[in-house]
Design a protein around this ligand. Sequence first.
Ligand SMILES: [Zn+2]
Length: 165
Amino acid sequence: MAAIHSASTKPELQLRSSLWHRGFRYRVNDKRLLGRPDIVLPKYRTVIFVHGCFWHGHKDCKYYTVPQTNTEFWMAKVARNQERDQEVWRKLEAKGWSVVIVWECQLKKANLDDTVARVSAEIVRNGEAYRAAQEERRKAREEYRQERKVRKKREQSLLEEVKSL
Ligand SMILES: [Zn+2]
């Protein structure tokens, strides 16, 4: 069976449905965004990647054990994935996206509730920060507009003064 990159894994589906129940709305596997994040929450300017512990090298995780055979090959492969991940996060963050990583082991039954609580809190925080930044930009634009108005008025009255001389 061929592996399909965009196929959703079961832990990922669990996370998605938990978030949905908490009222979060999202897009999945958005091709328009770099790295095709698993979950995209535009309102909160947040993307979520659900990472397999082995393929992405989850540090100190019992599910990340380097195989005894072909050790170098596997280690190099995981290292490449990690490099690519970091590149993707950097670029997304440069565009104002907050990146949340969820490891598959954190979605195991015993950990799911804690993980959903943590991720939800992070999403909300990111959304607040995003809106605050937007508000700041709006204010800065408004100030600039006011300044220009005042300057224009001053120029106008100067012009009229000159004409009346
Ligand atoms: Zn793990």
